[in-house]
Design a protein around this ligand. Structure first.
Ligand code: ADP
Ligand code: MG
Length: 280
């Protein structure tokens, strides 16, 4: 029960279906932990539990050693930032203004006051602006500060969304399937980016990456947790889990040394080859 995020024996049921079963994991500060698993394994449920959208039926969570009961509207105050599938940027605000909304809770006066430049908000506004520019710069997209998100490629918008998350100086950054909708080259760039994320934050930050894109997780994460039918079937480095029989079984549902592995029952229903770059 150290620093960072900890889950102990977390269980979630939806009616008769067990979505998470006795899940325990740690996301230490300064590291990237990936959660992978086939469709229906419980990844989104796990993400929702950490965001407070779903309350676990059993189990406990801690953040930096303190008992932790997330609520969606209090995440920022708890030091948690997340990016969602898609980027969730405001279409009518510039890139810079979008990132400024991420630092909102840290300004003494509100973001709106800052936006409309009310006199007392002047100093806050300048500081917010500087912090937002700095975050954009750390993610290599400061040149787009004055643009509207809709005019930018998805990969750039995604960096902007990450800048907005980092400007809140989170202790914990949650990424939900960031590779969704990206092509091969963008996924490679995203991998470089994610690997450096804890270092781009101002303070040590834990990153939890929920993603079924196997290559992305394997190439970015210090620690990988593999879910199957709601249970943790393997935890370790990418190298350790890659060859774990339970993982091979979960992803392929077939013999390892089959020259052309037959897809498992779930992959047949929703094709999801584990080792390709367009894993969705
Ligand atoms: N709100 C819900 N109500 C009922 N069943 C759900 C709900 N959310 C998820 N499930 C079920 O829980 C299991 C895990 O789903 P999910 O967490 O979405 O898996 P993943 O994200 O790994 O694909 C699935 O069997 C899914 O159908
Ligand atoms: Mg999901």
């Amino acid at each position: 029960m150290g620093r960072g995020l900890g889950l102990r024996n977390v269980g979630v049921r939806f009616g008769g279906l067990t979505a998470l079963d006795d899940v325990s994991l740690d996301v230490p500060p300064g590291t990237v932990t990936g959660v992978i698993g086939p469709n229906g394994a419980g990844k989104t449920t796990l993400f929702n539990v950490v965001c407070g959208f779903v309350s676990p039926d059993v189990g406990t969570m801690t953040l930096d050693g303190q008992p932790f009961r997330p609520r969606p509207h209090r995440l920022t105050r708890l030091g948690i930032a997340r990016t969602l599938q898609g980027t969730g940027l405001f279409a009518g605000l510039t890139v810079l203004e979008n990132v400024m909304t991420g630092a909102n809770h840290r300004a003494r006066t509100g973001f709106l006051a800052a936006l409309f430049a009310l006199p007392r908000a002047d100093r806050d506004e300048r500081r917010l602006r500087a912090q937002a520019l700095n975050a954009l710069d750390r993610l290599g997209v400061a040149a787009h500060a004055a643009r509207l998100p809709g005019t930018l490629p998805f990969a750039v918008r995604q960096r902007v969304a990450l800048a907005r998350a980092l400007v809140a100086r989170p202790r914990l950054l949650l990424l939900d399937e960031p590779a969704g909708g990206l092509g091969d080259e963008d996924v490679r760039q995203l991998a470089d980016l994610i690997r450096d994320l804890p270092g781009r934050a101002v303070d040590p930050c834990s990153v939890l990456l929920v993603e079924h894109h196997m290559d992305l997780v394997m190439s970015t994460c210090d620690q990988v947790v593999v879910l199957d039918f709601g249970r943790v079937v393997a935890t370790g480095t990418a190298e350790q889990v890659r060859t774990a029989p339970a993982v091979v079984e979960a992803y392929l549902g077939a013999a390892v040394d089959d020259p052309a592995p037959t897809p498992g029952p779930r992959s047949a229903a929703a094709p999801q080859p584990p080792a390709t770059a367009d894993g969705r």
